[in-house]
Ligand binder design. Structure first.
Ligand SMILES: O=C(O)[C@@H](CO)OP(=O)(O)O
Ligand SMILES: [Mn+2]
Ligand SMILES: [Mn+2]
Length: 560
């Protein structure tokens, strides 16, 4: 590192706050703040630790925004999510995120002028364009209206044969809504066919069971998708996608998130759209985590995660580039947000030693997303990232405690080892159990998360450290769909409609610990603060001022 590099990365000393205090940064996934209510699982659950932190308001506890424009999403109607949430927490600035960047590229038509589209366009003359991704208007991983525009635009730019391989949602949108989304898509495809484009749905399956695994938790999920999308093989075969989804949903236990894989076949029982040599493939999700594994399978010549049987010679582009370090995929339609100079990178340049940990399903959140969608370490000598293997094949409502305790114990050991200045964890329960829609299980999950926080705070107490406890977005605090006046909506079956998705709610942030000067308190002059203000705050606790272009710190040091 040259001296100019060193200057670039050097953080100013904080004028009042000391260095050398161990800092625990705890992110509760899916833990928003909402009024007491039977569908507020955090309220119903026994959460003494988080409740006691709240008593520190307004000086040591406050709310911050975790959705919409505060985290770089297109509008304030967009709920928060882990990608944008952890990006903001780690980067300390607000970046226009994938959802927004794709909107802009589609609106201006620039998407069709870029390298990525030109690359796949080469296949349009003789090959098929395959579009693979999540079919919903949830706006977390993808958006239906973007798919619709891309379909239309691709046809206008020469695609003559198009096949869609969709994943049903039920996680960012209400369970059962898959049918309506397929109907909308079928309608668009019919219009394209009327214009002479051979456009059809070729395969499908539920996002949690087919294709959209993440952080290499379970490659079988990706394999099931590969078999249907590439090989044209699946346990279920249907003549139409609407029939497929309706039939598969007749099973009383069926759930959009977990629909089994199926392929669409013609009158002779032949799959209508396997992926073959000479085809183009676009994965139309803008969000990275749940596309990285498929991207590897589609792009890497050397690949040993499962037997691909056939590795077609295709031209593949992601909607975005999903991994900035691996440069994966190498072709993409829209450039990802350029998240640079994240707090993690600054801190290693200033000799801060970091330990980060979660279980597999959230591991990349406190590492990859935290570091601006970048895999790997900045400096392996100063960082240690520990992944606790998640349970595989067990729904999280069956094991709602997940690995909360194990994560807390790893954090405890890391703090007690005195080898780290920052110990950062993600506690997944509120989110992962919340997404199952199982209220009782979510309550158990929230209690487990609270106990994990207690273990970490007790350890901070023991070593004279500082803690920051916050969350990335809401989920468990509201499990009911509501009307405009906030009353739970009742479905045709007479039951309250369950909300499996994230929310628009703000999240708490609490600070404290024996290492925090008693005169440190939340400022009152930034009411509109959001997740992006946390990074500067954490830097202060390490004894540094944040870079001047970071969103301002949440704290001040009182004079008295
Ligand atoms: O599971 C996921 O992929 C999303 C919801 O679509 O949740 P989170 O943003 O909390 O990871
Ligand atoms: Mn999350
Ligand atoms: Mn979630």
């Amino acid at each position: 590192m040259g001296s100019s590099d060193r200057n670039l990365w050097k953080l100013e000393d904080h004028p009042k706050l000391p260095k050398g205090k161990p800092v625990a940064v705890v992110v509760l996934d899916g833990w928003g703040e909402a009024s007491p209510d039977p569908y507020n699982c955090i309220h119903v659950a026994d959460t003494p630790t988080m409740d006691s932190l709240k008593k520190g308001a307004p000086e040591k506890w406050r709310l911050i925004k975790a959705h919409g424009t505060a985290v770089g999403l297109p509008s304030d109607d967009d709920m928060g999510n882990s990608e944008v949430g952890h990006n903001a927490l780690g980067a300390g600035r607000i970046y226009a995120q994938g959802a927004k960047l794709v909107d802009l590229a589609l609106a201006s038509g620039k998407i069709y002028e870029g390298e990525g589209f030109k690359y796949i366009q080469e296949c349009f003359k003789n090959g098929t364009l395959h579009l693979i991704g999540l079919l919903s208007d949830g706006g977390v991983h993808s958006r239906l209206d973007q798919l619709q525009l891309l379909l239309k635009g691709s046809a206008e730019h020469g695609a003559k044969r198009i096949r869609i391989h969709f994943l049903t949602d039920g996680r960012d949108v209400v369970d059962g809504s898959s049918v309506g989304f397929v109907e909308t898509l079928e309608n668009d495809l019919r219009q394209l066919r009327e214009k002479g484009v051979d456009a059809q749905i070729a395969s499908g399956g539920g996002r949690m069971y087919v294709t959209m695994d993440r952080y290499e938790n379970d490659w079988d999920v990706v394999k099931r998708g590969w078999d249907a999308q590439v090989l044209g093989e699946a346990p279920y075969k249907f003549k139409s996608a609407i029939e497929a989804v309706k039939k598969l949903r007749e099973d009383p236990k069926a759930n959009d998130q977990y629909l089994p894989p199926f392929v669409i076949v013609d009158e002779n029982g032949k799959p209508v759209g396997p992926i073959v040599d000479g085809d183009a493939v676009v994965t139309f999700n803008f969000r990275a985590d749940r596309m990285v594994m498929l991207a590897k399978a589609l792009e890497y010549e050397d690949f040993d995660k499962f037997d691909r049987v056939r590795f077609p010679k295709i031209r593949y582009a992601g909607m975005l580039q999903y991994d900035g370090e691996l440069k994966l995929p190498s072709h993409f339609l829209v450039s990802p947000p350029e998240i640079q100079r994240t707090s993690g990178e600054y801190l290693v340049h200033n000799s801060i030693r970091t330990f980060a940990c979660s279980e597999t399903v959230k591991f990349g959140h406190v590492t990859f997303f935290w570091n601006g969608n970048r895999s790997g370490y900045f400096n392996p000598e100063l960082e240690e990232y520990v992944e606790i293997p998640s349970d595989i094949g067990i729904p999280f409502n069956v094991q709602p405690k997940m690995k909360a305790l194990e994560i807390a114990e790893k954090a405890r050991d890391a703090i007690l080892s005195r080898k780290y200045d920052q110990v950062r964890v993600n506690i997944p329960n509120g989110d992962m159990v919340g997404h199952t829609g199982d209220v009782k299980a979510t309550i158990i999950g929230c209690k487990a998360a609270d106990e994990a926080v207690k273990t970490i705070l007790d350890t901070v107490e023991q070593v004279g450290g500082i803690y920051v406890v916050t969350a990335d977005h809401g989920n468990a605090e509201d499990m009911a769909k509501r009307n405009k006046s906030g009353q739970p909506l009742v479905g045709k079956d007479g039951n309250v409609q369950i909300l499996t998705s994230h929310t628009l709610r703000p999240v708490p942030i609490a600070i404290g610990g024996p290492g925090l000067l008693p005169s440190v308190r939340f400022r009152k002059d930034i009411q509109e603060a959001g997740l992006a203000n946390v990074a500067a705050t954490v830097m202060n606790f390490h004894g540094f001022e944040a870079p001047s272009d970071y969103e301002p710190t949440l704290i001040e040091v009182a004079d008295n």
